[in-house]
Design a protein around this ligand. Structure first.
Ligand SMILES: [Zn+2]
Ligand SMILES: [Zn+2]
Length: 298
């Protein structure tokens, strides 16, 4: 892996000057690289602001022109491409770090950091990795699931592998089969390998011809069935759509909620009416006209 990094200039040994002697501190900022200035707001108000020293461009030191190292133009560092040989051990797991100590950008007077490579796995079109094992999903036809079959795939290193499902080994939907020792190499024990797990998705036919149906019925033993003369009630199974069923249930729930709200409102109104009647009775003593009116109203 090639990485571009900064290294100390070898011509001037990182001093930035031609003669290799240390540079002079900047007079303007006393070698701080930063100048404190006062900003006038008017009416006798000032604000202190810190700015990069324009004389030394914030470096705090000055190498006079003509004395600058020709190789790095006084910058002390040069850009370099370095090739790192990152060895990835067999069976290494995702997130593993490969560290090259002290190989990062070099800066005069500062300790150099590390270059760290972090292993990341690329997704694969055929395999999903779980630890040392690989999972391969495979669609198969109903006839293959019932009568055995073989198929070929290219392994991670490119070598072709033929998998054989023996006759008599019936694959049911979501069944798993194991190919031992064909998975990932086990980290630090590379002579050992995990497994490949085959996960089968049995694809059923969408329709069958009359001839195919008759053929199947003649080969397999169908379950005993009620005769056409059986007097029981008949029910024909319908196709079932989950989504429209859920929608129907949701609508029913809404209707029940609405009915409940109406009933509660009616009860509340009746109680209010009763209280109103009692109030009128206690005030008027016996004016029944109002009461009759209210009873009709509610
Ligand atoms: Zn130099
Ligand atoms: Zn300065």
């Amino acid at each position: 892996m090639k990485i571009s990094r900064e290294i100390l200039c070898s011509t001037c040994s990182g001093t930035g000057s031609k003669d290799g002697k240390a540079s002079k501190p900047c007079n303007e900022c006393n070698g701080q690289g930063i100048k404190v200035m006062l900003r006038n707001f008017g009416m006798g108000m000032y604000q202190q602001i810190r700015v990069e020293c324009p004389d030394c461009e914030g470096k705090g030191e000055i190498i006079p022109k003509g004395k600058q190292c020709a190789d790095c133009s006084g910058k002390k560092v040069k850009s370099e491409e370095k090739e790192f040989n990152v060895e990835i051990d067999k069976g290494v797991k995702e997130g593993k770090k490969v560290v090259f100590s002290g190989e990062s950008d070099q800066q005069p007077g500062l300790e150099t950091g590390d270059v760290i490579f972090v292993i990341q796995e690329k997704p694969h079109h055929l395999f999903k990795r779980t630890g040392d094992d690989l999972i391969m999903e495979k669609d198969i036809t109903l006839i293959d699931a019932l009568s055995g079959f073989s198929f070929k795939f290219d392994h991670l290193d490119g070598r072709p592998v033929v998998v054989e499902i023996k006759q008599g080994d019936i694959i049911k939907p979501d069944d798993l089969r194991e190919l031992p020792q064909l998975g990932m190499p086990v980290y630090t024990r590379t002579y050992e390998h995990g497994s490949i797990f085959l996960k089968f998705n049995v694809v059923f036919p969408d329709s069958l011809s009359n001839q195919q149906m008759r053929g199947l019925r003649s080969v397999f033993t169908p379950t005993p069935q009620p005769t056409a003369e059986d007097p029981s009630e008949r029910a024909i199974a319908q196709p079932f759509d989950r989504e429209s069923y859920a929608r129907r249930k949701e609508e029913e729930k809404n209707i029940i909620t609405t009915i409940t709200i109406i009933i509660i409102m009616k009860i509340v109104m009746k109680v209010m009416a009763l209280e109103f009647i009692l109030a009128i009775l206690s005030n008027n003593g016996g004016n029944y006209k109002n009461i009759i009116f209210l009873c009709v109203f509610f």
